[in-house]
Design a protein around this ligand. Structure first.
Ligand code: 8IG
Length: 267
């Protein structure tokens, strides 16, 4: 089945299972963002992702493995994706962007991509959210095959970033460099990212953002800086510390994300 047919099948199955035939916005919850779902609105249905065509149970600690349809205060509906597939899971790029394509097939106009990531700015603190202003795709792949030359000039929609900064004026912006992972970077790789203009390192969001733009969605990206990137701080990186920074930040992140989503879906 083609990736678009599979996304169509997933959107149809979600509609059949939830009774909601059109979704307005999608939110992908990355490491540290899981509990944000409690703040977004009224859950209509929470479905184990593996029961929906093209999705698999998440292989990463800190991801819920659920697809949840939430009714927002505005009456609009959000698809909350708690089951991200990473490139390093080996299921291919189409699996990585299937959530975004499903959201588009279901009618969403906007996707909010959240993640946990490493930061290069020494003044950033673990637990601090940072808006993604632009990205550098270091995965050497694309979700697009064939001669389709999608413009990425304003991939992370400036209007949406302005709304987020209106909600939280202290939000800083960064440039997200995506590596394939699953290992973290060497200090030399982090130094390279700094020299080419990156300030955030992660393993997920750039490919999803590209697929979102190809599908005509507007994109807002927010990284939770859970650790300073390798070599920026003097200790080694530890996934349990990453999860701990997420846990400590969660009480602040949920309400923040809910306020941003509510502004993005205001009429
Ligand atoms: I959480 O330091 C988290 N995800 N590539 N580097 C990369 N991904 C990450 C990091 C990090 N921290």
């Amino acid at each position: 089945m083609s990736p678009l047919s599979l996304a169509r099948a997933a959107a149809d199955e979600l509609a059949a299972r939830t009774g909601i035939t059109r979704l307005d916005i999608a939110v992908t919850l990355g490491s540290g963002w899981k509990s944000a779902i409690d703040h977004l609105g009224r859950p209509v249905a929470a479905i184990p992702a593996a029961e929906i065509p093209g999705f698999a149970a998440s292989g990463v600690a800190g991801h819920s493995g659920l697809l949840t349809v939430v009714e927002l205060a505005s009456g609009e509906h959000a698809l909350v994706i708690g089951a991200r597939t990473h490139l390093y899971e080996g299921r291919g790029v189409d699996a990585v962007v299937h959530g975004v394509r499903t959201a588009a097939a279901a009618g969403a106009h906007t996707v909010v991509l959240t993640n946990g990531a490493g930061g290069l700015q020494p003044h950033w603190k673990p637990g601090q959210p940072v808006l993604i202003r632009d990205h550098i795709n270091l995965t050497a792949t694309s979700p697009i095959t064939g001669a389709e030359f999608v413009d990425l000039t304003d991939l992370y929609t400036p209007r949406l970033r302005e709304i987020a900064k209106d909600v939280a004026p202290d939000l800083e912006e960064g440039v997200y460099a995506q590596f394939p992972g699953p290992h973290y970077e060497t200090p030399a790789e982090v130094a390279m990212v700094g020299r080419i203009g990156g300030t955030i390192v992660g393993m997920s969001t750039a490919l999803e953002a590209i697929a979102a733009r190809q599908a005509g969605l507007e994109v807002l990206g927010i990284s939770l800086i859970t650790n300073l990137a390798a070599g920026v701080q003097d200790q080694p990186l530890d996934h349990s510390e990453v999860l701990e920074a997420g846990r400590l930040a969660e009480p602040y992140l949920g309400p923040l994300l809910a306020r941003i989503v509510s502004r993005l879906t205001e009429k």
